[in-house]
Design a binder for this molecule. Sequence first.
Ligand SMILES: CC(=O)SCCNC(=O)CCNC(=O)[C@H](O)C(C)(C)COP(=O)(O)OP(=O)(O)OC[C@H]1O[C@@H](n2cnc3c(N)ncnc32)[C@H](O)[C@@H]1OP(=O)(O)O
Ligand SMILES: O=C([O-])CC(=O)C(=O)O
Length: 377
Amino acid sequence: MSETQPDIRKGLVGVVADVSAVSKVMPETNSLTYRGYAVQDLAEQCSFEEVAYLLWNGELPDAAQLAAFRAEEAANRGISPALHGVIQAFPHDAHPMDAIRTAVSFLGMEDPESADTAEPATRRKAMRLLAKIPTAIAAAHRAAKGLAPVEPDPKLGFAENFFHLVFGRVPQPEVVKAFDVSLILYAEHGFNASTFTARTVTSTGADLHGAITAGIAALKGPLHGGANEAVMHMLAEIGEPSKALDWLEGKFDHKALVMGFGHRVYKNGDSRVPTMTKYAEKMAEVVGDRRWMEMSRVLAGAMLERKNIHPNLDFPAGPAYHLMGFDIPLFTPIFVASRITGWAAHVIEQAADNRLIRPLSHYTGAAQREVPPIAQR
Ligand SMILES: CC(=O)SCCNC(=O)CCNC(=O)[C@H](O)C(C)(C)COP(=O)(O)OP(=O)(O)OC[C@H]1O[C@@H](n2cnc3c(N)ncnc32)[C@H](O)[C@@H]1OP(=O)(O)O
Ligand SMILES: O=C([O-])CC(=O)C(=O)O
């Protein structure tokens, strides 16, 4: 007798897996709040450090709390000679996402509180990861280019220091602001695949570095964070705005995915896209290169008209990072440098009210049978 198929939600579409007080994604209004504050207000009025504090503590910091948070982050940026040595040994063609995944795993082995899963230790480890991830990303990037690492500068803010680490210089304030806005917009987004991965690892009682290493692995995929790199490869392949429509027709003919479009939760527009697009446009003005944003405008218009599919955050973030001067393989690692804040907030929340995450599967394989002797197989 055949079993009746249970109600399977492939991809867990529409499944509410737990409660969370970190952020609220509201597809009915295309909006998003972190701890109750609209993400576009945070992006315009706050720094990334204030938002990191908010995500981890539930409230925005006052001036003294912010100064203490900034000082602690700045003081923890250095990475050990041992990690520098490991980074030097990475294959030079390794993807920077693999490099930062491995570096975070190594940081876990070095961390003095590595195995301590109590909340105070997890908070201290999260701060150390926030501070060290940019240093490791930039060191790996520079090593792959045959360049010596740049020492972090504790006098610089988080966003400024990131440019300093990658390029050895800090650009003009408009560029730093656009980058800071992108970090705020990327910081947190509910039970997305990488955050859910981090929560699943946490639910087994494993430590923060394990959860974040797994989160980075999940973020790399082109259906998730890896899309910001794929967007820029796509724009580079198209080459110029006049070729965008023909290129898109070719994709429609093959029913191919167009990167940077669509979203599991938002079906009428991603809450973060208007703000990121505004700052990507500013970057185009600063650099004096309108080509990428013009191409983006053509693609977005045609995708909406022909497929009724809206862009997601990765769509404007890709060209914005290119215009800021970053090489394409750094785009998803930048997402890591930001999302460590959301991931850690969720790890703390999961651990505080934990139950092992363990769904069921409906078996569709061979019926039960005897093991034949090896000569009869
Ligand atoms: C920060 C982030 O992680 S944002 C997401 C970044 N990812 C991307 O940009 C990759 C491209 N987009 C996609 O692959 C998808 O839209 C996802 C993975 C983000 C969401 O997937 P799902 O929620 O499973 O969307 P779903 O597959 O149900 O899409 C509905 C329909 O729209 C189509 N569609 C969705 N996105 C796209 C796209 N980018 N290009 C072309 N068609 C698309 C699907 O093929 C499907 O068509 P069908 O009904 O004819 O089968
Ligand atoms: O929510 C999602 O599924 C993906 C996303 O936009 C994010 O993680 O920022």
